[in-house]
Design a protein around this ligand. Structure first.
Ligand code: DLZ
Length: 210
C-alpha cells in the first residue's frame, strides 16, 4: 500500500455556494480530457453547482498563467455554456488513450470549447490543468518551471486560490496513470479528483480568511 496522496479534509467540504473556473490546455488532449472530467466530477461531488463551473481552454500549458490571471480579473468574459454542455466538446468517451503528435491537426488541434457562463461574477478558485510530457529538448524544463512559478504568483497576487493541476511527466505512461488511464493492469488515479476537492477546500478557507 502506498503512503502517498492527500488525506481527506478535516471538515466536510461544501461547495454549494462556490464559483470555480477550470482553465485547461489542449496539449496531450486525451489526458487533459480525463483530468477535466475527473475535476468536474469531484467539484460536483462536493456540491458545486454545474452552473457555477466555468471552463476555458488555452493552447498549451505556457498559456495557463495569463489565462488564469485574466479569468480572475474577469476580462475574458463572454456568455457561454455550462460545464455539462461543454463536456460534449471534450473527448471524454475514449477508453483507448492515444498521445499523438503535437503538431497542428493532431493532439493540440481539437477545437476549443468557448466559455463562459458567469459574466462579471468573481471566482472563488481557479484550477489550472495542463499536461507537460518530457521530450527531446529543454522545452519541458523551461515550461514546467516558468508555469509553476507563474501560477503561484497569480494566486499570491490576486488572493484567489489557483490549484496546480499541471502534470509534469517524464513519459506518456506517467501522464496516463495520473489521469486514471494507465495502459497496464493498474489504471492509476485521476488527479483531477484531488484538484476538485483542493479547490473547494481552499475556496472555503479563503472566504473565511477574507
Ligand atoms: C511547445 C510545447 C511542447 C514542446 N510541449 C508541451 C507539452 O508537453 N505540454 C503543453 O501543455 N504544452 C507544450 N508545448 C506548448 C507550449 O505550452 C505553448 O503552448 C507554446 O510554446 C506556445 O506558447
Amino acid at each position: 500500500m502506498s503512503i502517498k496522496g492527500p488525506a481527506p479534509a478535516p471538515t466536510q467540504l461544501d461547495g454549494s455556494g462556490l464559483r470555480i473556473a477550470i482553465v485547461h490546455s489542449r496539449w496531450n488532449k486525451s489526458v487533459i480530457d480525463a483530468l477535466v472530467q475527473g475535476t468536474i466530477a469531484s467539484l460536483k461531488k462536493h456540491g458545486v453547482k454545474d452552473s457555477n463551473i466555468a471552463i476555458q481552454s488555452v493552447p498549451g500549458s505556457f498559456e495557463l498563467p495569463l489565462a488564469c490571471s485574466k479569468v480572475i480579473a474577469g476580462s475574458h468574459v463572454q456568455a457561454g455554456a455550462t460545464a455539462t454542455d461543454l463536456l460534449g466538446g471534450l473527448n471524454l468517451g475514449s477508453s483507448t488513450p492515444s498521445l499523438m503528435s503535437p503538431r497542428p491537426g493532431s493532439r493540440a488541434s481539437t477545437p476549443a470549447p468557448t466559455i463562459l457562463n458567469m459574466p462579471h461574477q468573481p471566482f472563488d478558485a481557479v484550477i489550472a490543468i495542463g499536461v507537460l510530457i518530457k521530450g527531446a529538448t529543454m522545452h519541458f524544463e523551461y515550461i514546467s518551471e516558468s508555469v509553476s512559478h507563474a501560477l503561484m504568483r497569480v494566486q499570491l497576487d490576486t488572493g484567489v486560490p489557483v490549484i496546480f493541476g499541471v502534470l509534469t511527466a517524464l513519459t506518456d505512461d506517467q501522464a496516463l496513470e495520473r489521469a486514471g488511464l494507465g495502459r497496464g493492469e493498474n489504471k492509476g488515479h485521476n488527479h483531477g479528483e484531488d484538484w476538485g476537492s483542493a479547490a473547494v477546500e481552499m475556496a472555503s478557507h479563503t472566504r473565511r480568511w477574507g
